[in-house]
Design a protein around this ligand. Structure first.
Ligand SMILES: Nc1nc2c(ncn2[C@@H]2O[C@H](COP(=O)(O)OP(=O)(O)OP(=O)(O)O)[C@@H](O)[C@H]2O)c(=O)[nH]1
Ligand SMILES: [Mg+2]
Length: 440
């Protein structure tokens, strides 16, 4: 597999489809246009063409052909895009024609993006954002991923890095000129001041990162409570399908069951669990152990019971929900003591709007607002690393520790580089040369 090969692939979705898009990228992409359509159109203009196999008069298909001349293309290479009729045989005929061209081969998974990255079109954070955008299922995930794919994190990191390098240049200057008279004063003071400001900004982004990761992974809502409370019935109602088995027998649900849905623009994993009770049954006991674990880790727990009981102490933050309001006795009790718990009937739908409103409010609390900068663990760890180095740098105040301070700042810059997937430290020197008149 050479990176100088010209690669091609079906870039649109499952066939058959209305339109299929085939992408061809690499040094010989023009040749594909010449062979298939007889001419290479002007860059960035769609041309309606008849596509033919080489040496044949017969048309394979008619469609649009676009040519993007590198580096002004998504991969940074010459790139041809064919918009074909989305039939399996049409696409097969085009792909097999492309395969027969010398130096052409099918693209590996992610290879277009890999080339875009290699050609400096996207950094690592943008590639991650792009991956998330393609996987996005909720509105919040789409917004967050699009921001990251469009360079929101990369731009912020670039700004931080520039300031860090400037601070580092001040420290380097202090080291280099320490024995000379023409350096105005100790420059580590301003460097430390900037380091402190940066540290706060990085820490704030880090604190907000939990929200980003939650949006990306989805919010988890566990339904817990005693056996027979109506947990599975509620899950089915929220999911809009019979996902879980419902029965009048207490202890029906034994495994943890998950359904994925979108609530208030957030991806939500709804988790049905085994009813909590004392039991001698080994299988049920394991189900209950899992139920407790999942409820304990969930972003929101709904504690269901027919009596509207308060949740147990280990789930103190759970939202109490009184179920089966349609049953007369329950309804009476509910009226006696209104407001103590949400009252619903999964059978009639009573109280469901209020319950959904509470869930949505919590989802908005957890994942709402402007897209977060940090959206995955790898980014969080790199940012934590940078903050740790800045923290260490801030302990170097006072004379004599300039070398150590410089090293801390260099390591922080390297952590930021790792965050966006770029590691070159040479431009520290560039910054130094730019800021000071070395050739004195
Ligand atoms: N009248 C009425 N019956 C309900 C309602 N919700 C659930 N039920 C009934 O209550 C019984 C138990 O329902 P499930 O949803 O299986 O209860 P569960 O909490 O999942 O029970 P386990 O899985 O055993 O812990 C079933 O017979 C349901 O039909 C409701 O809103 N009104
Ligand atoms: Mg159940």
């Amino acid at each position: 597999m050479r990176s100088s090969d010209t690669i091609f692939a079906l870039s649109s979705g499952r066939l058959p489809s209305g339109v299929a898009v085939v992408r061809i990228s690499g040094p010989d992409a023009r040749r594909a246009a010449l062979i298939l359509a007889g001419a290479v159109p002007e860059p960035r203009l769609a041309r309606y063409v008849v596509l033919r196999a080489p040496g044949s008069e017969e048309a394979l298909d008619r469609g649009l052909l676009l040519f993007f001349e590198g580096p002004r293309s998504v991969t940074g290479e010459d790139l041809v895009e064919l918009h074909l009729h989305g039939g399996r045989a049409v696409v097969a005929a085009i792909l097999s024609t492309l395969s027969a061209i010398d130096g052409f081969r099918p693209a590996l998974p992610g290879e277009f993006t890999r080339r875009a990255h290699a050609n400096g079109k996207m950094d690592l954070a943008e590639v991650e954002g792009l991956g998330d955008l393609i996987a996005a299922e909720s509105e919040a995930q789409r917004r967050q991923a699009l921001a990251q794919a469009s360079g929101a994190l990369s731009r912020r990191v670039a700004g931080w890095r520039e300031r860090l390098i400037r601070a580092l240049a001040l420290v380097e200057a202090t080291i280099d000129f320490v024995d000379e008279d023409d350096v105005p004063e100790d420059l580590t003071g301003p460097a430390l001041l900037e380091t402190g400001l940066l540290r706060e900004e990085l820490a704030a982004a880090l604190a907000d990162g939990a929200r980003g990761e939650r949006v990306r992974e989805g919010i988890s809502i566990a339904i817990a409570g005693p056996p027979n409370a109506g947990k599975s019935t509620l899950l089915n109602r929220l999911a809009g399908r019979e996902a879980a088995i419902v029965s009048h027998r207490p202890g029906t649900t034994r495994d943890v069951l998950e359904v994925h849905l979108e609530l208030a623009g957030q991806a939500v994993t709804l988790i049905d669990t085994a009813g909590l009770r004392e039991t001698d049954d080994e299988v049920e006991a394991e189900g209950i152990r899992r139920a407790r674990a999942r409820a304990g880790a969930a972003d929101l727990v709904l504690w269901l019971s027919e009596e509207g009981d308060a949740p147990p102490p280990e789930l103190a933050h759970a939202l109490a929900v009184r179920t089966k309001a349609d049953k007369a006795e329950t309804a009476d009790v509910a009226q006696e003591n209104p407001g103590s718990a949400l009252v619903i009937s999964a059978a009639t739908g009573q109280g469901m709007e209020a319950l959904l409103a509470r869930i949505e409010a919590r989802a908005a609390e957890l994942g709402g607002g402007e897209p977060a900068l940090i959206t995955r663990e790898r980014q969080r760890l790199a940012l934590q690393d940078a903050v740790a180095h800045l923290d260490r740098a801030l302990t170097r105040a006072g004379g004599g520790a300039e070398d150590l301070l410089a090293e801390d700042l260099r390591l922080a810059a390297r952590a930021l580089d790792a965050l966006v997937g770029r590691v070159d430290i040479e431009d520290v020197l560039d910054a130094l040369f730019r800021t000071f008149c070395i050739g004195k």
